[in-house]
Design a binder for this molecule. Sequence first.
Ligand SMILES: Cc1cc2nc3c(=O)[nH]c(=O)nc-3n(C[C@H](O)[C@H](O)[C@H](O)COP(=O)(O)O)c2cc1C
Length: 495
Amino acid sequence: MTELIEDMPRLIQAGMGVHISCARLANVTARLGALGVVSGVGLRHIVAEQVRSGDQETIEIAHTFPFKHYVDELMEFAKGGERHNRPVPMDHPDELKGAISKRLSVIAAYVEVMKAKKGHCGKIGVNVMWKCALTVLPTIYGAMLAGVDALLCGAGVPMELPDIVQKIRSGMNMTYQPLHGTGTNVRLDISEDKPESFLKRMKPPKLMPILSNFAFPKRIMDIWERQYQGAKPFAFVLENHLAGGHNAPPRNKVDFGEQDDIDRYFDRVLNMGVEVYVAGSFPNGGNREDYLYWRERGAYGIQVGSRFALCEESGMRPDLRKRIINTNTNGGSEIETSQVLSPTGFPFKAVSMAGTLTDKEVYKNRKRICNRGYLTESHFEELPDGTIKETYICPAMPLKQYLKLGGKQEDTENRVCLCNALFSTAGLYNEEEPPILTLGVSGKQVTRHYSAREVVEDILTPEVVREAELRLSIPARENARYMPSFSTMPAVAGI
Ligand SMILES: Cc1cc2nc3c(=O)[nH]c(=O)nc-3n(C[C@H](O)[C@H](O)[C@H](O)COP(=O)(O)O)c2cc1C
């Protein structure tokens, strides 16, 4: 079998939101020779809450961020800070009012990636959820400042990705009206930061769209080539519909069938001349046999999610992990694909479990609230004076609020506020909000507790992992050599 290309691992530990793929998990898998991926979803809240709780590692890493005003704003959540008792701000369409949440999202992504990179020179990626349009640009910017190795973009078609990376590397402001496939207008102003002199000395991250058919990889190849000076992805992650989290809609818009199966498009995508990782198509749950099967068919490697979501280093609440593993052992968890649950309109795999939002009583008793805002979309209304007002709306928000903002009642039925529910699953705000669990079908095969190391060894073999660990470990005193250093950054006026 061929050598690694530019040291890119064959195994991807999938980026699973919210905070299931946390820095701790990605750090462990990367030092063992996998591509460790952190989830980019919800980081503004996660990191601000870590600062609020006095987490020293987070605070120390945040202080290495190159632009002081971002650090000061994040530190306002620390004890004694101006925002210590205030909620973490939501995105806002107004340029001025929305600026702070963007800056917090930037520094939060930086902190998470830096944590994942600490103590080794393995590869770290960030999963950018395209449907969380408002945080796409800040997350990519923050992750790039931390020297992220790969950008893996799921839940959407990342058409503008090469342009975004290029503009960030050149320190240019950017606006996309709307961000492709989202209906949401996004902007990021970075020219005053002047990040270019530093970023130009770093390798650009590898671009890895996560897609589930032939048509979108083909469009990406054509449009990137034409519009972005021959840009190409490093790889496509082809995600079959059995994968956890959100799935691409079925072709017949009703239910998944053979026509949606990865076998229908795998060979055609492979022939495009770009590397391919396979996800969500593992009869053995994602083990060595599955890995060898796909390697023999020509894939560069595989991306495994559910097995990592249930391991000890995952960010999933231990009580929930335990319940799933127990249920699996005693007959098997039920995992259903819901076409309506997610406010994104994409199918979503949910584990049926009492006490979570798949439980009708729990759903009925939850009071709707929209106070995180990661899945909100732009909504435009023409005012009597002819001006256009932009607001952010989500079909899982309180009904009255949604209707007042111009939404339709039928869009709200049976929607789950995934922001709050998935934060709860990761142990954040869980006293206020019930959780929801997502897993791929392969998650049913997990019947015991294990570590991330066991999963990586089971796929790559203990020998390969041992060799990778030796090669990728770095002594603490040399850590700084592998982390971005901003000492030569030009001073920024007024900061
Ligand atoms: C708990 C969980 C959360 C997930 N969240 C995301 C996500 O935020 N973004 C994404 O692109 N994929 C997400 N996925 C899909 C995984 O990245 C991966 O492609 C998939 O789980 C692979 O299939 P497997 O679960 O059978 O290993 C999630 C999967 C799980 C199990």
